[in-house]
Design a protein around this ligand. Structure first.
Ligand SMILES: *[C@@H]1O[C@H](CO)[C@@H](O)[C@H](O)[C@H]1NC(C)=O
Ligand SMILES: *[C@@H]1O[C@H](CO)[C@@H](O)[C@H](O)[C@H]1NC(C)=O
Length: 351
């Protein structure tokens, strides 16, 4: 996070006071000490090969979406715990209907009971900022979405920013640059819902016209194609396992686990914890933890923060978000959604 990202965010962030505080904390946080990989050292194309363009030095890659196909890549190996990270620049201008996803999953290996950790960027109409969501699934818990949705304090299509997922046996941390934005601490009551099996890292760009922007109201407009996302400074830290070995034995990764848990990105300092608190109070606009309509019993891993909670209604949506007209529209949409027993992906309506 540098001077540039702070000055860009000024156009988006209404509260200047908060903005200065946030930037101050950003400057005070050192960048992670990581070793980056060339694309071919750790990844393979996944789909849309013609739309995956490596840089001449092999250290960065562009994923394109055009009218024919999106594209994606996958880590060559699976990891039992790890730090998965990349600097990403998102497509600019009109990006409605587009999703750029950076996530870990083992859905190809465990079709019925897969694990998954998501960062999904949701495109928007011209002049409106990208938003993003994080999600956690374990052992096939796809009917128990654990989404949170957020705005960013900068324009992610202007500069590269680092996005990361840390997964250990103890906790999961999602990062934007060096700011932890969400921590899920493992809790016995979560049972299999806490990811436990080896996962691969995926990065994809695809057409999600049916839900990504205002619940599918705005589709991908291919007059603006190709849409280009860029990935560089790729990091895969963790215990790489033999793909045949679906369940590594308990000692196979213990040394790497100890090493992983001692890294700078595995330690939330008091300073970065207060940056996380500020981020969440300022930029989070939906959390399943406060959605008592969907989850009458608060899921066991939710650390309910009273300051956070008072911002949300019992639907997990912001209490004071947008105009009354917009809220009325949202309320109508919500009633409609509830009456047809909404599936998870229906829940992406504008908020
Ligand atoms: C995960 O799912 C499988 C298959 O549904 C089940 O047999 C197993 O007990 C589950 N594991 C946990 C930890 O819940
Ligand atoms: C577990 O895996 C490690 C490393 O692959 C191996 O050295 C060890 O013998 C294995 N232990 C058991 C009990 O299979």
């Amino acid at each position: 996070m540098g001077l540039l990202s702070c000055s860009i965010s000024e156009t988006i962030t209404p509260s200047l006071l908060f903005f200065f505080l946030f930037c101050f904390i950003g400057f005070a946080t050192a960048t992670f000490n990581v070793t980056t990989l060339a694309f071919d050292e750790g990844y393979n194309p996944l789909f849309g090969d013609g739309n995956l363009v490596r840089s001449p030095d092999g250290h960065s890659v562009r994923l394109l979406l055009d009218v024919y196909t999106g594209s994606g890549f996958i880590s060559s190996r699976m990891y039992q715990h790890g730090f998965f990270s990349a600097k990403i620049k998102l497509p600019s201008d009109y990006t409605a209907g587009i999703v750029v996803a950076f996530y870990t999953s083992n859905g190809d290996v465990f079709e019925k009971n897969h694990d998954e950790l998501d960062i999904e960027f949701l495109g928007n109409i011209e002049g409106k900022p990208w938003r993003f969501q994080t999600n956690v699934y374990g052992n096939g818990s796809t009917n128990r979405g654990r989404e949170e949705r957020y705005n960013l304090w900068f324009d992610p299509s202007k500069e590269f920013h680092r996005y990361s997922i840390l997964w250990t046996a103890k906790n999961i941390i999602f990062y934007v640059d060096e700011v932890p934005i969400r921590e899920v601490v493992r809790n016995d009551a979560m049972g299999g819902d806490y990811p436990s099996k080896p996962m691969s890292l995926y990065a994809t760009i695809w057409d999600a016209s049916s839900w990504a922007t205002n619940g599918g109201k705005y589709k991908v407009n291919y007059e603006y194609a190709p849409f280009t996302s860029e990935f560089k400074d790729l990091v895969l830290d963790g215990c790489a396992i033999d793909p045949i070995q679906k369940f590594p034995n308990s000692t196979a990764c213990s040394e790497t686990d100890t090493w992983l848990e001692s890294r700078d990105y595995a330690v939330i300092t008091p300073k970065s914890r207060s940056a996380m608190r500020r981020f969440r109070q300022r930029y989070m606009y939906y959390s399943y933890c406060y959605d008592n309509v969907r989850y009458p019993i608060t899921p066991p891993e939710c650390a309910v923060d009273s300051n956070e909670k008072q911002r949300f209604r019992n639907t997990g949506r912001l209490r004071f978000g947008g105009s009354h007209r917009k809220q009325a529209r949202m309320e109508r949409a919500r009633r409609k959604r509830r009456s047809r027993a909404a599936a998870v992906s229906d829940d992406q309506t504008d908020m």
